[in-house]
Write a protein that binds this ligand. Structure first.
Ligand SMILES: *[C@@H]1O[C@H](CO)[C@@H](O)[C@H](O)[C@H]1NC(C)=O
Ligand SMILES: *[C@@H]1O[C@H](CO)[C@@H](O)[C@H](O)[C@H]1NC(C)=O
Ligand SMILES: *[C@@H]1O[C@H](CO)[C@@H](O)[C@H](O)[C@H]1NC(C)=O
Ligand SMILES: *[C@@H]1O[C@H](CO)[C@@H](O)[C@H](O)[C@H]1NC(C)=O
Ligand SMILES: *[C@@H]1O[C@H](CO)[C@@H](O)[C@H](O)[C@H]1NC(C)=O
Length: 378
């Protein structure tokens, strides 16, 4: 087919009337369509893209390479609307992950509050955990808000202003996340300090506490002020706003590398973040990054509350095996289990656990029990 000016003008008039708002194919996207369809098919117009997904992908690549970001997105949107391509949305997955892990973490926090509230041994770890919980809820609330603007859908399917909103809410969630991760580390250290009052431990823990504190503040500020002006953080996607940014990827990678020492989930988060590099499709591609972030956050909160769960188990489910404890009243010949022989490199070792599982309501103290001490048989 020869590309006549008439065909070009006809194609330029392709637009979609959506809710009273007209989307018009840009000249540049029209140029791509005309060139590709005349090169590869005998038909003309956007309709040619509907049945030939390879050709459609060539068209989208041409939009992306030769047009502005906004023109490319509108071109792709019109094509998707014309061809009735499915309007995908995987926001539900992210909400499921965020809210399930939030519910579990909140369960842990409430248990902890009840258990330690009764025994009235409040400390800095509880304050840090409480603050982290508030921040965690703030972070989770960002999920349904951003989904209302189209988080989880393809970026070309949502209005430009909504893309800005999604990225803005994502940014706010990121601030919560950065603060929360630091608070969880501080909560852990404060908790360990309560648990191990030894001087040697304190010598290590207090400097670490200082580092976590400074690190939390520094990364929060780095995150907030990564771009100048701050709004450029969520405006830069279309390449039409003016501003400058720090290399966020580098900052985020450093942040995650530090975090890797703390949680495995951070590794998954880092992985999903590396996949994001240079994404053109933020509202869709951010989903795994988003839910690994929330998962890491909630797993951290749940972990810090773990010891209180043990107190509950010991009190109400003394025989479940996790709940046993050592106490002077519990060592007696009548309850001693027969030592179990374990063969290790030719030597006979006897392994015994000289304790009995009983419901223990006398104390909700959290203590460590030297489990599986091996004694050499002589
Ligand atoms: C369309 O493509 C031709 C050939 O590459 C180019 O000369 C022309 O400027 C393009 N028109 C528009 C509106 O982009
Ligand atoms: C961009 O436009 C030029 C000329 O219009 C064309 O040759 C090229 O194939 C286009 N890019 C893509 C990815 O199609
Ligand atoms: C895509 O089309 C939808 C209508 O289905 C419209 O609301 C949205 O603003 C359009 N987005 C872009 C980027 O053109
Ligand atoms: C957006 O994500 C989808 C799904 O992974 C992918 O097929 C598409 O190529 C992406 N689009 C852009 C513009 O990167
Ligand atoms: C280890 O125990 C087995 C069986 O109780 C016994 O026959 C063997 O002699 C013991 N070995 C040593 C090195 O004590």
């Amino acid at each position: 087919m020869k590309v006549t000016p008439t065909v070009f003008v006809a194609l330029l008039c392709v637009h979609q009337l959506v809710l009273g708002q007209v989307l018009t194919m840009s000249a540049c996207a029209t140029n791509c369509t005309v060139q590709l369809t005349s090169r590869f098919t005998s038909c003309s117009g956007i309709q040619c893209f509907c049945d030939d997904h390879k050709l459609a992908q060539l068209g989208f690549d041409c939009f992306e390479e030769n047009c502005t970001v906004r023109e490319a997105l509108v071109g792709r949107n019109i094509t998707s609307l014309t061809c009735q391509f499915p309007n995908r949305d995987r926001g539900a997955v992210s909400s499921a992950v965020t809210f399930t892990s939030l519910a579990i973490a909140l369960g842990f926090v409430i248990t902890r509050a009840i258990v330690f509230g009764i025994s009235k041994i409040w400390g800095w770890d509880d304050i840090a955990t409480g603050l982290a919980t508030i921040v965690m809820i703030g972070n989770a609330v960002c999920n349904p808000i951003s989904r209302r603007f189209g988080y989880g859908k393809d970026i070309w399917r949502i209005p430009f202003s909504d893309t800005n909103e999604v990225l803005k809410v994502f940014f706010i969630g990121g601030v919560f996340y950065t603060i929360g991760v630091a608070l969880i580390k501080i909560a852990f250290l404060c908790f360990y300090l309560k648990l191990f009052p030894s001087r040697a431990f304190r010598k290590v823990a207090y400097p670490l506490l200082g580092i976590c504190f400074v690190y939390g503040i520094v990364f929060t500020f780095l995150f907030i002020f990564q771009c100048s002006p701050v709004s450029y953080t969520w405006m830069q996607w279309d390449g039409e706003a003016d501003g400058k940014c720090l290399n966020f990827d580098l900052g985020a990678v450093i942040h995650a590398i530090i975090n890797i020492f703390v949680t495995l989930v951070s590794i998954l988060r880092l992985y999903s973040m590396v996949q994001l590099d240079g994404s053109m499709n933020q509202t869709w591609d951010f989903i795994p990054f988003g839910y690994f972030t929330d998962l890491e956050f909630n797993v951290g909160i749940a972990c810090i509350c773990m010891p209180s769960i043990r107190v509950v188990l010991r009190r109400y489910f003394p025989n479940c095996g996790l709940a046993t404890t050592e106490g002077s009243s519990m060592i007696g010949p009548s309850n001693q289990q027969a030592p179990r022989l374990v063969k290790i490199s030719g030597k006979n070792l006897s392994r015994s656990t000289n304790h009995r599982a009983t419901a223990d309501t006398s104390s909700d103290r959290v203590e460590l029990y030297p489990y599986n001490r091996a004694q050499e048989v002589t």
